[in-house]
Design a protein around this ligand. Structure first.
Ligand SMILES: [Zn+2]
Length: 201
């Protein structure tokens, strides 16, 4: 009897036109990525780690990072610990072996760009960009496996999303940011000449 008392209003609620119309607008994030990208989801560094609404994804920002405070500076775990402490993030991180880890759905806003602006003056870059971290330091080159992984990932993102431009973090925050470090930008530009920013430099 008690269960019936609870079940009837719930059943009526499920049948309500209001709920149905709301459900129709809940668009699942369409960024389920292929199996060569491994999941390592985080809940920090974003206003919402489980977005249900699509957003503009037109820009890619390339970064470098490592954790200088621990022995395993280049491990994904160490990098995630550092990101967590500052409540920042990236959508994807590429380790030294060229493994690609997805940290956030691409429809989620990631706090990776910070204060900065595009060459055309547009700000609020986190709102419409994907952030990719490459694990390396000021003194270590990007590995060949990382280049290959980044090229494969970039190709996929350009096929799936209307990517207009790819920039370095240092392009959008000059004077404040210097990453990605030791990155052969010319090589990247030749692989994606239509979207990579400032290819001649
Ligand atoms: Zn950066």
């Amino acid at each position: 009897m008690y269960l019936c008392f609870l079940a009837l209003p719930f059943w009526l609620y499920l049948q309500s036109p209001l709920l149905k119309s709301q459900k129709d607008f809940l668009i699942p994030p369409p960024d389920t990525l292929p199996s060569w990208i491994q999941s390592r989801y985080i809940t920090f560094g974003t206003p919402n780690p489980t977005p249900t609404q699509p957003r503009e994804i037109s820009t890619i920002i390339i970064h470098s990072m490592y954790n200088p405070e621990v022995a395993d500076s280049f491990s994904v775990d160490a990098c995630l610990a550092l990101l967590k402490r500052y409540n920042v993030s990236a959508h994807l991180i590429i380790d030294r072996e060229g493994n690609i880890w997805q940290l956030l759905p691409l429809q989620a806003i990631s706090y990776h760009a910070g204060k900065g602006q595009l060459p055309n003056g547009r700000t609020g870059i986190n709102q419409f960009s994907v952030g990719i971290e490459l694990i390396n330091s000021y003194y270590t080159p990007i590995t060949e496996k990382q280049y290959q992984a980044l090229f494969r990932l970039t190709k996929l993102l350009c096929e799936r999303y209307p990517i207009q431009q790819i920039l370095r973090h240092s392009d959008i925050a000059p004077g404040r940011k210097t990453d990605p470090w030791n990155f052969d930008w010319q090589r990247f530009a030749e692989a994606f000449p239509k979207v990579v920013y400032n290819a001649k430099k």
